[in-house]
Ligand binder design. Structure first.
Ligand SMILES: [Ca+2]
Ligand SMILES: [Ca+2]
Length: 182
């Protein structure tokens, strides 16, 4: 299985590109664009003074458009790593909760996210379509996305309950793609 990835920092500056083709007919590529599809997504700068143990969710303007830049239908995967924080399923000391939801033009609210289906951590998880209960599935699903179309991804970050390190935190999210049905 060939996988292409795009990486970006949630709270930082870098943006890393790579892409693949499978050497036969299909080209697999994914790009991460801003909500209006006017430029590549660079970061979600959350700023300073954020509260502990508090959820922050991207707005409709802050979300990213994950776009199939290849020439076959694709599924997307999501993984992430933090510089100091652990990505967990509950908040704790230096441990945050990171989740993602493909949700169309409307920003989701906290209760739209589920730690059963929407958690993001160091292991890439493929988005799925399962009657609303797929991985990262909201109003959209990131599964079987047609070539040259995109779906909007909203990130949820609940900050750690306490900190021993990480006055500045940068979380890098990696978006992968594969040919749908592969
Ligand atoms: Ca869901
Ligand atoms: Ca779909």
């Amino acid at each position: 299985m060939k996988i292409a990835t795009r990486q970006f920092l949630l709270c930082g500056l870098f943006f890393v590109f790579c892409g693949v083709s499978n050497g036969f007919s299909a080209t697999l590529s994914v790009v991460v664009r801003d909500a209006e599809d006017t430029q590549d997504y660079s970061a979600w700068p959350m700023g300073s003074g954020k509260a502990l143990d508090t959820a922050y969710i991207m707005s409709a303007e802050e979300c990213m458009l994950v776009k199939n830049d290849g020439d076959v239908a694709e599924d997307f995967s999501i993984a992430a790593t933090g510089t100091n924080w652990t990505l967990g399923s509950a908040t704790g000391e230096d441990t945050c909760i990171l989740m993602g939801l493909f949700n169309g033009d409307s920003a989701p609210i906290g209760t739209d996210f589920s730690t059963t289906n929407d958690l993001i951590n160091g292991t890439p998880v493929w988005a799925t379509d399962a009657s609303g209960a797929g991985k990262f599935q909201g109003a959209n699903d990131g599964d079987n996305v047609a070539a040259l179309t995109g779906e909007k991804l909203y990130i949820y970050l609940k900050t750690p309950s306490s900190l021993t390190q990480g006055a500045e935190e940068a979380i890098t999210i990696t978006i992968g793609c594969r040919e749908h049905g592969s």
